[in-house]
Design a protein around this ligand. Sequence first.
Ligand code: GLN
Length: 248
Amino acid sequence: MCRHLAYLGPPVNLRALLYDPPHSLVRQSWQPRDMRGGGTVNADGFGVGWYPGESDPVCYRRARPIWGDRTLPTLAEVTTAGAVLAAVRSATVGMAVQECAAAPFAEGRWLFSHNGLVRGWPDSVVSLAAALPTRDLLTLDAPTDSALLWALLRHRLRAGADPAEAVAATVVEVAQAAPGSRLNLLVTDGRTVVGTAVGHALSVRATPGAVMLASEPCDDDPAWRPVPDGQLVVATPTVTRARALWRA
Ligand code: GLN
């Protein structure tokens, strides 16, 4: 299953964030530690989204393995940002391999990533999709479960919902419609990040003034904490909170 990360904090060089750590996201693309039966490598694309200063985010996405991309190393070398969302993709069987299917999915301030799969796709979520505006379905980023999850979440964000509430409501409705789905989501507006652990690994590292959420810790910093399954994390560079997605 895909691997993803989000970082908020003091500006960091993208090469230092994505390539340099001993278990960096780039290394996780070809040697992930915890795929939980969902593929072996993350070779079906990648994406990096970052916020240049106060501007809306910029994304660089490609439908090829991150390890073979000849542009990203130099792009990362010259880019520094205080908010980043990046992902490497292992396409679920039957899903299209194309640039638009690689996270981050973006609109305005928002960047989104999904690690996992929707069980019973697409039949299990037909009724949820049918409740979206037709225009959203006609303009879906890609014919994939992740793109539909983004459309469902984005619909709530556009309506002004609190991001943590929007993520929780989206995960709960999809989990009810498609039991057994794996729904690790990450969404950020560059100031706050919301992440879920539902069926896949997620860890959080909160250090003074910075926070990172990642599928797998990228180094052996003792500050990394695993997020228990069924939890939602909301974090800014200074405050990290977690809560259960489902009531007992
Ligand atoms: N199901 C999603 C896709 O195919 C995400 C896959 C994953 O997490 N490996 O893009």
